[in-house]
Design a protein around this ligand. Structure first.
Ligand code: HEC
Length: 157
């Protein structure tokens, strides 16, 4: 993987001892609570123009079919992360979106950066939360800094 300056900066900031839990004015616990709320309400959020409904996954990680919702802050800042932007994505086995096989969320805070969460569908608990390396590897690769679905599916057209 190509390591961007941004990622290096990001990684460096993780190592600073005086940044505390959240690296600023927000704690991981507070972000986790917000993401738990996001997961309760995301189906009432809107989808991004041009990528509504079930899409074929292009990541090779989510999928094979996906659908994503964005909160208001997220829709206003699809390509560049902004404070309070959040998204939730469902993955499915089928093109109709009836067989759910994955649920992930991400939320941006200027004080923390991207907070990621993956739900274990068997238990309903989180599998992983926070600065998850696996998610960062794709979502913050190179110059990527906003949401991926609008970017990659926009390029497809
Ligand atoms: C192999 C690369 C890859 C990995 C690893 C990955 N993602 Fe994604 N993700 C994508 C791509 C590409 C999209 C755009 C939709 C698609 O899959 O076609 C996406 C879409 C999303 C979305 C919808 C919001 C958006 O960016 O448009 C969420 C939420 C999300 N991923 C969360 C996660 C979480 C949480 C993890 C870690 C558990 C993760 N992703 C790991 C590539 C990846």
């Amino acid at each position: 993987m190509r390591t961007s300056g941004l990622l290096l900066l990001f990684l460096a900031s993780c190592g600073l001892p005086d940044l505390g839990n959240g690296g600023g004015g927000v704690t991981e616990d507070a972000l986790l609570t917000q993401v738990e709320e996001d997961l309760e309400y995301y189906t009432e959020w809107d989808q991004a123009e041009g990528i509504e409904g079930v899409l074929e996954d292009v990541s090779g990680f989510h999928g094979p079919y996906i659908q994503a919702w964005y909160n208001d802050n997220g829709l206003e800042s699809l390509y560049v992360a902004a404070d309070g932007a959040a998204a939730v994505k469902e993955s499915y086995d089928d093109a109709d979106g009836t067989s759910l096989n994955g649920l992930t969320a991400m939320r941006y805070s200027v004080d923390y950066g991207w907070f990621y969460a993956e739900v274990d569908l068997d238990t309903g608990d989180f599998e992983e939360t926070g600065r998850v390396d696996e998610c960062i590897a794709c979502h913050e690769e190179g110059d990527a800094f906003g949401f991926l679905a609008p970017t990659v599916h926009e390029e497809e057209k």
